[in-house]
Design a protein around this ligand. Structure first.
Ligand code: ADP
Ligand code: MG
Length: 319
């Protein structure tokens, strides 16, 4: 199958079964560039994230998961800015034109795209090591994005979901089909749910925010550095899932603090806004948990049962 047939068969859905064509896509796949109409009164919010075999997912990861994850990590970046995702383009590097593989990849990709009403508007397809790069565009009202730099002493520090599950799931991937807990954790790695609705709802409530991709401790430190503040953290408050505790009894806290791939939101909330957050989050399907407090100074101090907890620096570094 040549490149053009591959694109028209798997990625250009105007001619096939057809996805939800957005009215703001003036010109999509098929020309030299896409033409997209941004409603007046919005800022454009853009992000790019790549995932590569052997670095972000192991060899043998199901194609549908690769399709899901290359978009999910970008939707998560939009969520972390409190932006509404609209359009994305896909640069795909494939070792070979394996139609079954690309079909499964596209299935995983569009299942997620359709749930958040984002449209694939272009891309590039090349031969090379397996990797997928998505560039996503979204919108936000001027002044309404949430940055990493807005945290102030006294703010509460919060996290969505159950950090640690995804890394535990990744460690379980090569194993045989096991119990339900292992399967739940595996799915948390293979099909992370970007917190798009929650991120948008946090506009006007969170003072600073980012998404957790490299590990909660490491990513929180980025937020603190950007805000020029420190944090007192309670590891005993971490929302460890029952699955994580059952599969990694002794290492659950370490998974939650240093494991990557969570794609949860970590954010800060000023004390006068905490009640509004609690009311809002009561209707969410994903838990949100207060795990610490912003303080003056710098760095991130974790406590567990009254004692200081040293967090091992296991963060993956590309170079
Ligand atoms: P050109 O070489 O002129 O850039 P291409 O042959 O690379 O054109 O792409 C043809 C059209 O298909 C373009 O509209 C491009 O955006 C789109 N396209 C290419 N690869 C992909 C892909 N993986 N997903 C979505 N659209 C793609
Ligand atoms: Mg091209």
């Amino acid at each position: 199958m040549d490149e053009r047939t591959l694109i028209s068969t798997f990625f250009d859905r105007r001619r096939g079964a057809g996805g939800p064509a957005r009215g703001d896509v003036i010109l999509g796949i098929g020309d030299d560039a896409a033409v997209l109409r941004l409603d007046p009164g919005y800022d454009l919010v853009a992000a790019t994230d790549s995932i590569a075999e052997g670095t972000h997912f192991p060899v043998g990861t199901p194609a549908a998961s690769v399709g899901h994850r290359c978009l999910a990590v970008n939707l998560s970046d939009m969520a972390a800015m409190a932006a509404e995702p609209l359009w994305f383009s896909l640069a795909l590097s494939l070792p070979e034109a394996d139609e079954a593989w690309v079909g499964e990849f596209a299935r995983g990709l569009f299942a997620l795209a359709d749930r958040y009403a984002v449209e694939l508007v272009g891309g590039d397809t090349v031969r090379g090591p397996l990797a997928a790069t998505v560039t996503i565009q979204g919108r936000a009202r001027p002044g309404c994005t949430i940055r990493r730099s807005g945290a102030a002493p006294g703010d509460g520090i919060w996290v969505t979901g159950n950090p640690g599950d995804a890394v535990a799931g990744r460690l379980l991937l090569p194993g045989p089909a096991a119990d339900a807990a292992a399967e739940t954790l595996r799915r948390r790695f293979l099909y992370p749910e970007p917190r798009v609705r929650e991120g948008l709802a946090l506009a006007g409530i969170a003072s600073a925010m980012l998404d957790v991709s490299d590990g909660l401790d490491d990513d929180l430190r980025k937020l603190l550095a950007a805000s020029r503040v420190g944090a007192d953290m309670d590891a005993g408050a971490l929302p460890l899932s029952a699955e994580l505790r059952s599969v990694r009894a002794g290492g659950a806290v370490e998974c939650a603090l240093t494991g990557g791939d969570d794609y949860e939101l970590c954010f800060t909330v000023r004390p006068p806004d905490e009640q509004r957050l609690r009311e809002l989050a009561a209707s969410w399907t994903v838990p949100v948990t207060r795990i610490g407090t912003v303080v003056t100074g710098s760095g991130c101090r974790w406590r567990l049962r009254g004692g200081a907890l040293a967090v091992p620096d296991t963060t993956y570094r590309h170079f």
